[in-house]
Write a new protein. Structure first.
Length: 592
């Protein structure tokens, strides 16, 4: 490997000795096109590509080309074929990184030399064979004919997309009861920067970088969006993971906008430095484009290779689904298959909200905890829901934003919960964490008929096999304690426009609960909605049997917790279906 590229790989760690207790280290990666070509340039082996040149141009760019004039300069991103590695190395190891950087640089140099007549102002990434620049319509078509080119994208414009929310998703319980405080976890916030002078954040930031070409410093937030997101994630006075380390990565300008190239450069830098500054575990991107994607967008995303690499390296990426009110799609890059796309719910009753201009002036005349906001994008790629309106969170200059909202707030809540869980179960893979978040929590159905779970931090941890809750059952208005108080039973209900916690009924002043049965109401204390029984059948088949019946077509979720083992069992019924009779006598609940 040539000395130039050893320097390019190492530059990101020059300030690694600086910690969260000093000045945040500057995170940088050198543009390979500003360095001499590496030796590897002479012996590149590219994969065979039998596609026609026009097949390399993604559909969205074709639409742009059809509307452009002959001389219009169009910002583009060119993904090149990755040359074949010459030696057997383990993916994501240090040796693999060094060779990846050298081969990427070689591919970029060879491509730029051949496209010199067509491509203006080329810039490259240090660890991925990706080049950005500008070209006219005819020049883009010429570039597509080069053998080095894998795919060409438009360099699209992307935009910026606590306490009550923490209670709603049980993140506060996970932190205070189970010790999930984010200790040892590194989180990169790709946003407008993070103000390191704010008292809640100054001790949390360990690395920073600016990829917008503006302030030159990721700890300068000239918009406020990034500081608000970081406060939800790791603020010391109410953040989800107050002991996590923050990477302040500025990819959006003061107006809340930037091009995809800025985001690519930020992703490239954090990937290259992922093992430094205590390590990188989670990425939050509360940003996105403006067009809906109702299926995964991997094949048309310029971020594809970088997001795949982060996922393969064990790093969880959370992205806001967008605030456009789309009923059939989320924005890019939330549509990518290797990220967790997060939609928004209200964290409490906050009064009428809206109109929201970005979502066609939609209005929520009434609000309540767990009601999905009218602006939150829906669609097949949506993964989970998390709180948004209204989060009180840090603002630049030492103050606070009293109502930070949108899916821009929901994504940091989910990322913060991920940091909590990873601080307790560090070996959890991105796929396992995503599954745990998606399959636990409270199911909610939006106006599009799509049901997704609002995350529950404690339940997700328990689904991963850790932090079993063996606290005793405590009876209250929402909780029944059955079979000598061994089993804690709680019921949530949902309609198309509201949701809530079911209450244990009373008849003539007597609580409608005995050792094995309980009755619940949803809307009115005199209106029976559901009956539930847990029968000790251990002598028959080694199970506790569960029976559920109801007189409602409201959606509901029953959660049963075994206080001896901490195991939980969930039963649910979607909105609009008359409650069927449930008789779980084969699986049931395990006996001692």
């Amino acid at each position: 490997m040539s000395r130039s590229y050893a320097i390019a790989v190492a530059v990101v760690i020059l300030a690694a000795a600086k910690s969260a207790f000093g000045q945040p280290a500057r995170l940088e990666s050198i543009d390979p096109l500003t360095q001499p070509p590496p030796v590897a340039l002479r012996s590149l082996t590219l994969p065979q590509d039998t596609r026609q040149p026009e097949e390399k141009i993604v559909p969205r760019l074709w639409v742009r080309l059809a509307k452009s004039g002959d001389d219009e300069q169009i910002p583009i991103i060119i993904e090149l074929h990755m040359p074949q590695h010459r030696v057997a190395v383990v993916a994501y190891s240090a040796d693999w990184d060094r060779e990846q950087a050298e081969l990427s640089a070689a591919a970029e140099h060879r491509f730029v030399a051949r496209a010199a007549a067509q491509l203006v102002s080329p810039r490259g990434l240090s660890h991925f064979p990706i080049v950005s620049g500008v070209a006219t319509r005819s020049e883009i078509r010429a570039i597509s004919g080069l053998a080095e080119v894998y795919r060409i994208y438009e360099d699209e414009v992307v935009y910026v997309a606590r306490a009550e929310g923490g209670n709603l998703i049980k993140a506060n319980t996970l932190r205070t009861t189970h010790g999930g405080n984010g200790s040892g976890i590194g989180i990169a916030v790709l946003d407008t920067g993070v103000d390191d002078d704010h008292p809640e954040l100054s001790s949390r930031i360990v690395a920073q970088g600016d990829y917008t070409g503006t302030t030159g410093d990721g700890t300068i937030d000239d918009h406020g969006h990034g500081t608000a997101a970081a406060g939800i994630i790791a603020g010391t006075n109410g953040g989800m993971a107050p002991q996590a380390s923050l990477w302040a990565i500025k990819v959006l300008k003061a107006d809340g906008q930037a091009t995809a190239t800025s985001v690519l450069e930020g992703l490239n830098a954090i990937y290259a430095a992922r093992a430094e500054f205590g390590g990188l575990d989670v990425v939050n991107m509360s940003l996105g484009g403006v067009e809906p994607f109702n299926s995964d967008c991997d094949s048309v995303s310029p971020f594809n290779s970088l997001l795949n690499a982060l996922h393969g390296a064990g790093i969880d990426v959370f992205v806001a689904s967008g605030n456009n009110g789309f009923v059939a799609g989320v924005v890019h890059p939330a549509c990518h298959s290797k990220v967790v796309a997060v939609g928004a719910v209200y964290d409490a009753t906050v009064g009428p909200r809206g109109p929201f201009p970005d979502a066609g002036d939609c209005l929520d005349a009434t609000t309540a905890a767990d009601r999905i906001t009218c602006y939150s994008n829906s669609g097949n790629p949506l993964d989970v829901l998390a709180p948004a309106d209204c989060a009180r969170t840090p603002a630049p200059g030492g103050g606070y934003e009293n109502c930070f909202n949108g899916t821009s707030a929901a994504s940091p809540y989910a990322a913060g919960v991920a940091a909590q869980i990873l601080s307790l179960r560090s070996a959890t893979t991105p796929a396992a964490l995503r599954l745990a978040l998606m399959t636990t929590g409270r199911p909610l159905t939006d106006v599009n008929g799509i049901t997704r779970n609002r995350i529950d931090a404690v339940a997700a941890l328990q689904a991963l096999g850790g932090g079993a809750n063996t606290d005793p059952c405590v009876r209250d208005g929402e909780t029944a304690c059955l079979v000598s108080s061994r089993f804690e039973v709680e019921v949530d209900w949902q309609s198309s426009s509201a949701s809530g916690d079911a209450q244990v009924m009373s008849f003539n002043g007597q609580r409608a609960e005995n050792n094995d049965s309980a009755f619940f109401w949803f809307f009115s204390a005199t209106n029976f909605e559901m009956g539930l029984k847990i029968l000790d059948a251990c002598v028959f088949n080694g199970k506790f049997w569960v029976f559920i019946s109801g007189l409602t077509d409201r959606g509901w979720t029953v959660r049963i917790r075994d206080t001896q083992t901490g195991a939980t069992k969930t039963y649910s019924n979607p909105v609009g279906r008359l409650t069927p009779t449930t008789a779980d006598t084969t699986v049931g609940l395990a006996c001692p």
